[in-house]
Design a protein. Structure first.
Lengths: 217, 661
């Protein structure tokens, strides 16, 4: 199998896991912006779980993260009947032209089959669990505030990267990206008294984002 | 915040180039808002702007600085002006400006400076700060200015004037000079102590880099001499041959490593740029795709017996990029059949003829064609930028691999040479001594390289922290620039904070410095795309982009947002609409209640900008205090002496044009 296919499969599995997580959290259907925001957070927080980032670079946009490659995969999943779209419409964004607006949910019988298969492998079980954990953690935030959370995020909100420039969340080979670094810092702060596990770090990071957003009003 | 100079008054006396009027000898210019210096070739327009500059810096200049060239990697130091530079005004007049003086009154923040210099040699004759007399020592003058401006040292003062306040004819564009930009951003946005520390650390790395390279040259020479000496010796052919081979290969690889390391910085930059271009192209393709998809959906919707969203979605996808979402195959035949049914106004699913009401759609064929063309163009661009990106990534990866291989080979060969040399017979006493010496030199070089790496790392860490401080102001800079640029240009023009990698000195890892890049739309780019160099925009755009950047920095970093801008001979080949916009912005910058100063020099006959500026500033004649009419005030050139009436006609026309513009 070609590496590009592996990448595509990983991305599709992420989409399925994201929508499965949303189903568990009761936040379906997931709007397109929210889906891309969650996919971004899953990438940015991957190092916390020692997982590889799927999309290492993305164009920083004022309107929030959007990966054309991820969207293409979402649409392929729609074509395969795995993902069901609703509220499909087109909106004109003053900064970035025409954009698709839609909400997605998982066709559960297909989705469950894919996830069951993935969970039968230790490596992929961990990946699915991680993505679902990210979605669950972010479900504690009002879904309409997910984009505000992105803007507050340590990496996406880093003012060293302007809108219209590439945000590279895997640039530094020696250190994780800023988002993961902040999350991992919770562990360093509490050790050796308490050892925080990776899922707890993700939840703490989301709580920290929420706190910062509330503080900023 | 930094205080930029605000010029209030210039008085020139006893200078033959500016004899002045019979009732008012010399030049006496009161700066208030806009001042327009009018003249013809040889009347001293540039001399006047140079005089303002020289008054501020005196007999000093930036070491190793060449106007119009990139600032580059250098220790920023002040050098004494060379004799011809000191005589810049003296050499223009027959009496060598023996008794000529210039006096300038200027404000820097809350402080007021008034001083006089001799135009014979730029020496300081008198200085008052806040109406109090001061010593005329040049060093004391510099200290006072540096302190009042809020800068680190006098080199920064010269830099500030050259890159922001004075817009000379031989200027470089700050927007595209990353080396000058990082120094300007440093001096504008870091407090003086950090700015000082930057300079100290940077100078330390640069001087260590020079020392290391000097020592490396000595080691290389010693190695060559050693090789020659060993060649002369009779010894076992196998050892000799082996050593010859090793010692011939080593300098070649060292040279190759130096060259590739240098290229690596460029390749990394190319790679970053190519990745960004590809990401922007993918984003644009997405937008073009959605527009096409939307129009097709609207068109198809009218033909659909069902409004089911999933089906609509699937057909739109199929029609837009000929790909079936269900099976993932390319399906041009199906697309064709679908199009036929749409064209023949039949249902796309069952082929039944539709009733008229179902066929109603607001989408015209023209809209669809336009969207199809836009999508095709976006696809082509994405493909091209992706190809470029892949090639750039490959080139960078290959270079990184080469560097690793070369480093490993050099280290390994050094050890091999040492081992071979250690086996040489003891009778070669002198040679052994030289070998020991060379070995000592090599060890010294290694030590210097390690120290340099450490110093560079320390500087990189410092710059990373400084960069974040500067980035905190990036948004203000970007927004202010957009406002200025929008007024100057028709294209959408944006400044983006984008740190740049650059090497400090001539060796080692590149350091990430603060910098702004420019993005602009164009005839073939709907969204702003990066413009990496001045050659990527038109001449007039280049000029006004740089002016907008300078005005931005003055507004954001300046105390009270005020300062002076002296523009020597602005771009004259502007079209009428552009001229009006440029004059609007410049006039607004220097509106009389803003405390800003705008000084513009121009030939009487050049372009429409000056008439428009005169008009917008309500200047009706050459006698207006905002006009410096060198035709009347400067010593006439041969052309003026001979053709004065013609020049006066041109001048009169200029004001007529201004009145009617």
């Amino acid at each position: 199998m070609m590496p590009a296919d592996v990448q595509t499969l990983r991305r599709r599995l992420r989409v399925v896991a994201l929508l499965a997580g949303a189903r568990r959290a009761g936040t379906t259907p997931v709007g397109i912006s929210q889906l891309h925001a969650l996919a971004y957070f899953a990438d940015a927080l991957s190092p916390v779980w020692d997982l590889r980032i799927v999309d290492t670079q993305l164009l920083k946009r004022v309107a929030g993260p959007f990966s054309p490659a991820l969207q293409a995969d979402v649409e392929d999943l729609v074509g395969q009947g795995v993902v069901i779209p609703s509220d499909v419409q087109y909106v004109q964004d003053p900064d970035s032209g025409w954009r698709l607006q839609a909400a997605y949910r998982l066709h559960w019988s297909f989705g469950a089959r894919i996830l069951d298969e993935a969970r039968s492998f230790k490596r992929w079980e961990r990946e699915v669990r991680f993505v679902e954990e990210v979605v669950l953690a972010f479900s504690t935030i009002d879904q309409n505030r997910l984009l505000a959370a992105v803007a507050t995020d340590a990496s996406y909100g880093d003012f060293e990267v302007s809108a219209g420039r590439l945000l590279d969340i895997a640039r530094d080979e020696e250190h994780p990206n800023l988002t993961a670094r902040v999350a991992l810092r919770f562990r360093h702060l509490l050790e050796p008294k308490v050892h925080l596990r990776a899922p707890e770090l993700v939840h703490l990071y989301v709580r920290e984002l929420d706190r910062r957003m509330s503080r900023a009003g | 915040l930094i205080s930029f100079p605000v010029f209030d008054r210039l008085h020139v006396a006893g200078y033959d180039m500016y004899p002045g009027a019979p009732d008012a000898p010399g030049l006496d210019i009161v700066f208030d808002g806009t001042t327009i210096v009018l003249g013809a070739n040889g009347l001293g327009k540039t001399t006047l702007v140079t005089m303002l500059f020289r008054m501020c810096v005196g007999p000093a200049e930036l070491a190793n600085f060449a106007p119009g060239e990139p600032l580059g990697n250098r220790i920023l130091e002040v050098r004494a002006a060379r004799p011809p530079e000191r005589r810049v005004f003296a050499d223009r007049v027959a009496d060598k400006a023996a008794d000529a003086t210039a006096s300038l009154v200027m404000r820097l923040g809350p402080r007021s400076f008034a001083w006089t210099r001799s135009l014979r040699d730029l020496s300081l004759l008198e200085l008052q700060v806040d109406d109090e007399g001061q010593t005329t020592d040049e060093e004391a003058f510099r200290d006072l200015f540096v302190e009042a401006a809020g800068l680190r040292d006098f080199a920064d003062w010269i830099l500030l004037l050259r890159f922001i306040s004075f817009y000379f004819e031989d200027r470089g564009a700050l927007v595209w000079d990353a080396s000058a930009q990082r120094q300007i951003l440093r001096l504008l946005f870091l407090p003086p102590d950090l700015s000082q520390q930057w300079g100290t650390l940077e100078a330390d790395v640069l001087s260590r880099d020079t020392d290391m390279r000097n020592l490396r040259a000595v080691v290389n020479r010693a190695e060559r001499e050693m090789l020659a000496a060993e060649r002369d010796l009779e010894r076992e052919p196998a050892t000799k041959e082996k050593l010859d081979e090793l010692q011939a290969e080593q300098p070649r690889d060292i040279k190759a490593l130096d060259e590739i390391s240098e290229t690596l910085v460029i390749l990394e930059r190319d790679q970053a740029r190519a990745r960004l271009d590809a990401a922007i192209a993918a984003d644009e393709r997405e937008s073009a795709y959605r527009e096409l998809e939307r129009l097709q959906l609207m068109s198809i919707a009218a033909a659909f017996p069902s409004q089911d969203e999933t089906i609509t979605y699937l057909f739109a996808k199929l029609a837009a990029d000929s790909r079936c979402l269900v099976c993932g195959q390319d399906a041009p035949g199906a697309v064709e059949a679908l199009r036929e049914r749409v064209k023949e106004e039949r249902c796309v699913v069952c082929g039944s003829a539709l009733r008229a009401s179902r066929r109603a759609t607001n989408v015209t064929r023209r809209q669809l064609t336009r969207a199809e063309n836009a999508f095709a163009a976006a696809e082509t661009r994405l493909k091209r930028t992706t190809d470029v990106k892949e090639k750039a990534e490959e080139a960078f990866a290959v270079a990184v691999l080469q560097v690793r291989e070369l480093r490993a080979r050099i280290t390994h060969r050094s050890a091999e040479i040492d081992a071979q040399i250690a086996q040489l017979p003891p009778e070669e006493g002198e040679l052994r001594e030289r070998r020991d010496e060379l070995s000592g030199l090599r060890a010294g070089l290694d030590e210097k390289v390690a120290e340099l790496d450490e110093a560079r790392q320390g500087f990189a860490t410092f710059v990373a922290d400084a960069r974040r401080r500067i980035a905190e102001r990036a948004q203000a800079v970007q927004q202010t620039f957009t406002a200025f640029a929008e007024d100057f240009l028709f294209e959408q023009c944006e400044l983006r904070y984008q740190p740049h990698f650059a090497r400090i000195g001539q060796s080692g890892e590149a350091i990430e410095y603060p910098a702004f890049d420019l993005d602009m739309t164009g005839a073939t780019f709907e969204s702003p795309v990066p413009r990496g160099g001045p050659e990527q925009v038109s001449e007039s755009q280049r000029e006004f982009i740089d002016l907008a950047f300078r005005m931005t920095l003055m507004t954001v970093a300046g105390e009270g947002g005020v300062g002076s801008l002296a523009i020597d001979a602005p771009e004259s080949s502007l079209d009428a609409v552009f001229v009006q916009r440029a004059a609007d912005v410049l006039t607004r910058f220097a509106r009389r209640d803003s405390n800003n100063r705008l000084i513009v020099t121009s030939n009487l006959i050049e372009g429409d900008l000056i008439p428009e500026l005169l008009r917008q500033n309500g200047i009706r004649s050459q006698d207006d205090p905002h006009v410096v009419d060198l035709l009347n005030l400067a010593a006439p050139t041969a052309a003026i002496a001979k053709l004065r009436p013609s020049y006066e006609v041109v001048r009169a026309r200029l004001f007529e044009q201004a009145a009617g513009a």
